[in-house]
Design a protein around this ligand. Structure first.
Ligand SMILES: Cc1cc2nc3c(=O)[nH]c(=O)nc-3n(C[C@H](O)[C@H](O)[C@H](O)COP(=O)(O)OP(=O)(O)OC[C@H]3O[C@@H](n4cnc5c(N)ncnc54)[C@H](O)[C@@H]3O)c2cc1C
Length: 567
């Protein structure tokens, strides 16, 4: 039995070596002849590997791979295999969506590598390429479908967990910072605030999200109307490419650098660090958070919000959370809207603006709280509200749950009677909506400036959020809850963007489509255009130039498109 396994693994190894040579030759050939599409042998290899997955971990093949890592990194403590007692702890450490990992059909990593030097990342990539192993990159582990730590298409993979690469170096003179991908947004915000209370960074509200994934896909937060997405403020990046070389903006070139800033994680290399422009925040900001029942008056407010929030001064950000709540003292449920706001100024200035553009809100001074920008970060990272800002540097994990999210963009205000219908669908499905305004700086930036195409003309973005826990049935109940979100999403069709119906790549949704490792650009267009609009083709062309053999791949990575010379 043991010998049999060894022989099989030997065959795989030999096949793999042949494959690598083939891929190398192919790359050269492609460069020469500019073929329209590449043909890959990778899937066959991965499929073989899948059927042998259990035996592989104990075979010479796998040991040779581990030797490769050990000799090239000279570090024994960064690799965890399923035989290690810590494997499960490390795997679970930053998993956020329990639905993704509990799936009986999902595949767990053959090994986890936790680099603390860039050279470790280089070694990991070189060894994975040499041994034909797919790699999944994880920074904060918040991918909605778990693509950073599991494989739905059964591709065996090595998990490269960047959690230990998390330094934040702020340069006050140039008002920039280098931040490593494994830092959380909370750490980034915290260390910036420790250098200056007049500097911040536009990124997401959830402080446990990883910098690596967030900046790879865009990065939308409460400063977006003032300063755009995170990626609009990225000025350089260091990335490990498919050959294990470290590149920066200069050595990547502008097309590759463009793709890295929002083209979605896991397609263009392992980004180890980012240089970001820090932005000005006033010493005092004002927040308010008001909840109202979605009766007739509440619906009128939401309707008016659609006209106000995307058009008001860029200093004011107001989003909405619409969710079912249990009526006080009763067993029945109703819909409620929570109106959350960050204003870059004082309460008096805010009241003046709101009384002018949104008097229906009835905002009063007692509803408003003045604080520093970094305090507002903790305030809006809901699971931390009430704690000191120092909590951010401890990387507190957000509670895990099972969830499914879908996203949409709205380009025309939804009429009141339709809103009332939508509340009924949400109530029936026990579904929440998180609605984030665009406009302001988001609209001023050209839709081709970064891969994120949802710019001018988009009023707001909707997230349909279905969350549940073990008490609600855990993983076994997934089909039911996911079905409910899908039904509401279908019903929303008349009210949202069309041709394509837009979606935000950081709100990863595998319902939009998946590909296997040798899929073509044509096959990926179905979901690629939703995330990236007209930018998807340019992304695929960049991918064809920098990773034509599709080493960095997943169920929703950008496939390579290699053009004929007549292009
Ligand atoms: C609770 C919660 C709140 C959120 N709030 C917001 C929000 O306010 N605004 C917003 O824009 N988004 C938000 N998101 C979405 C979030 O931005 C994305 O899920 C993001 O991709 C997560 O990054 P991560 O590093 O934590 O995830 P990971 O799961 O580690 O990575 C996500 C993807 O990026 C790839 N990747 C990760 N690191 C790298 C790297 N260094 N180089 C190359 N590829 C990499 C992964 O392989 C994976 O495909 C939220 C998500 C959650 C779960």
């Amino acid at each position: 039995m043991h010998i049999g396994r060894y022989n099989t693994s030997k065959k795989i190894y030999i096949y793999h070596m042949h494959l690598n040579r083939e891929r190398y030759d192919e790359r050269r050939k492609v460069k020469k002849t500019y073929k329209m599409e590449l043909v890959f042998h990778k899937c066959l290899f991965f499929l073989t590997l899948f059927f042998l997955q259990f035996s592989i971990s104990t075979t010479a093949f796998f040991n040779e791979f581990l030797d490769c890592i050990a000799t090239t990194t000279s570090s024994a403590n960064i690799v965890f295999t399923p035989n290690d007692t810590l494997y499960s702890t490390v795997l679970q450490s930053s998993i956020h969506n329990l639905r993704a990992i509990d799936t009986p059909t999902s595949t767990k990593p053959l090994a986890i590598i936790t680099p603390f030097l860039y050279s470790h990342v280089q070694s990991a990539v070189i060894c994975c390429v040499r041994f034909g192993l797919n790699v999944r990159i994880r920074s904060g582990g918040h991918d909605y479908e778990g693509l950073s730590y599991t494989s739905r298409n059964h591709t065996p993979f090595i998990l490269l967990d960047l959690n230990q690469l998390r330094s934040v170096e702020v340069d006050l003179d140039s008002k920039t910072a280098w931040v490593e991908s494994g830092a959380t947004l909370g750490e980034l915000y915290y260390w910036v605030s420790q250098k200056s209370d007049l500097l911040g960074f536009p990124a997401g509200e959830c402080t446990s999200v990883g910098v690596g994934g967030q900046l790879s896909g865009g990065g939308f937060g409460m400063l977006a109307r003032k300063y755009g997405l995170s990626v609009d403020n990225v000025v350089d990046a260091r990335l490990v490419d498919v050959n294990g070389r470290i590149r920066d903006r200069d050595s990547m070139g502008e097309d590759w650098f463009w793709a890295v800033r929002g083209g979605g994680g896991g397609s263009f290399g392992v980004v180890v660090s980012w240089k970001i422009n820090l932005v000005y925040v006033p010493r005092t900001v004002t927040v308010f958070s008001l909840s109202k029942p979605l009766d007739e008056n509440g619906t009128q407010l939401v309707h008016k919000w659609q006209h106000v929030a995307p058009n008001v001064t860029n200093d004011l950000f107001i989003n909405l959370i619409i969710s079912p709540i249990q009526e006080v003292g009763g067993s029945s449920w109703m819909m409620q809207v929570t109106i959350n706001s960050l204003f870059l100024g004082t309460t008096n200035q805010l009241l003046e603006i709101v009384s002018d553009v949104f008097p229906e809100l009835g905002l009063q001074a007692k509803d408003c709280i003045q604080m520093s920008w970094i305090e507002s970060v903790v305030y809006y990272s809901f699971y931390l509200r009430g704690q000191s800002i120092d909590v951010l540097k401890n990387r507190p994990a957000m509670p895990k749950s099972y969830f499914k999210v879908k996203s949409d963009y709205v380009t025309k205000p939804i009429p009141i009677d339709a809103l009332e219908e939508i509340w009924k669908w949400c109530l029936r499905a026990n579904l929440s909506l998180l609605i984030e305004p665009h406009g302001g700086k988001m609209s001023e930036i050209d839709e081709t400036a970064t891969p994120y195409p949802h710019r001018e003309g988009n009023l707001y973005m909707i997230q349909y959020i279905m969350g549940w826990d073990d008490e609600d049935g855990g993983f076994k109940a997934s089909k039911r809850y996911v079905g409910w979100v899908r039904r509401v999403y279908e019903k929303m069709t008349p009210y949202v963007s069309k041709k394509p119906r837009g979606a935000y790549v950081n709100f990863r949704d595998l319902d939009l489509g998946t590909i296997n490792c040798n899929a073509s650009y044509g096959e990926a267009k179905r979901w690629g255009k939703k995330y990236f609009g007209g930018n998807f083709r340019r992304l695929a062309i960049v991918k064809g130039m920098v990773d034509p053999a599709n080493f960095f791949s997943s169920e929703q990575s950008v496939p390579p498109l290699v053009l004929s010379s007549s292009y």
